[in-house]
Design a protein around this ligand. Structure first.
Ligand code: RIB
Length: 297
């Protein structure tokens, strides 16, 4: 069994600030670091670090060789990452590193999609030709070809999962007919309700996870209606960037490995808790060994 991830690959340019800038203001950053990122790449790395076999489907420009190599070094199969003319996607990320601020660990992100939106139908179809019924397909809202890929994956009998970030109700609505699994946060669930008039449990999807930040996560079994909750862990938050992606990658890998939904969510919550104690994105996603040995309260 394997995970096939149609996902973004970004170069993350991360600036640490004492607070977020106001319009028109010039503010000096305390630190600057570069990371492999993109919600897609982060999920692939998280799932690989959790022990899954992960095939990433994506695109990068001529300037992207180094970060694609990094993705590969983190244990992700990049055979289906194609070179394109467009520049590699990148993200400018501000993180507040002021412990006294209410915004400590929070981020603001500006995305340049670039190559992430240059995929073709033929590429996606060809990439998924190696997938088997029973494999997992996951995508997010940072590439093109989401609907087409979900349709192909569903036709092939894959378990189709959508991580609804960055959130756009119309994008969720367009993939809904193909989904077996939806992961979104509470604010996004509320936005989806405003748009569709449906609560997560009314969407007709087999599995829905609503992440609740500091309150953990809730799984809704769309068939039985059964609700499973997992708690959050109390840690000192350094940087929340990529924590949701880490949760998703870990939960999918744990389910692939045969864990129950309750255990998978517990493992994923632990991974996300470790992740928020670290500054950065894919490069600092914890390994399974780090997750299991972490001293979490
Ligand atoms: O979720 C965090 C990610 O969002 C970053 O890695 C950035 O690239 C954006 O895609």
């Amino acid at each position: 069994m394997a995970i096939w991830n149609l996902g973004s690959i970004n170069l993350d340019l991360v600036y640490s600030l004492s607070r977020f800038p106001t319009p028109g203001e010039t503010l000096a950053a305390g630190e600057f670091e570069r990371f492999l990122g993109g919600k897609g790449a982060n999920m692939s790395v998280a799932a690989a670090r959790a022990g899954a076999t992960v095939h990433h489907i994506g695109a990068a420009g001529h300037d992207g060789a180094e970060i694609v190599q990094k993705l590969s070094d983190f244990g992700v199969d990049v055979t289906e990452v194609v070179p394109v003319e467009q520049p590699t996607g990148h993200a400018v990320i501000y993180v507040v590193d002021n412990k006294d601020s209410d915004e400590a660990g929070e981020n603001q992100i500006v995305l340049f999609p670039g190559a992430n939106r240059a995929l073709t139908f033929e590429q996606v179809e060809n990439a998924l030709s190696g997938a088997q019924a029973g494999d997992v397909f996951v995508t997010q809202n940072e590439t093109n070809m989401q609907v087409e890929a979900c349709q192909i994956a569903a036709q092939k009998g894959l378990r189709v999962c959508y991580a609804a970030a960055p959130f756009d109700a119309a994008s969720v609505a367009s993939v809904l007919p193909y989904l077996d699994f939806l992961i979104l946060n509470q604010i996004e669930a509320d936005q989806l309700f405003d748009e569709t008039g449906q609560r997560p449990e009314e969407l007709g999807i087999k599995d829905v996870i609503v992440t609740l930040g500091g309150d953990g996560a809730r799984h809704i079994d769309g068939t039985s209606g059964e609700i499973t909750t997992s708690r959050a862990f109390d840690v000192e938050v350094v940087d929340t960037t990529g924590a949701g992606d880490t949760f998703t990658g870990y939960v999918l890998a744990a389910l692939e490995a045969g864990q129950t939904m309750r255990t998978a969510m517990e493992t994923a919550s632990r991974a996300a808790a470790v992740m928020v104690t670290r500054r950065g994105t894919a490069d600092v996603i914890p390994t399974m060994a780090e997750v299991t040995s972490a001293d979490l309260a």
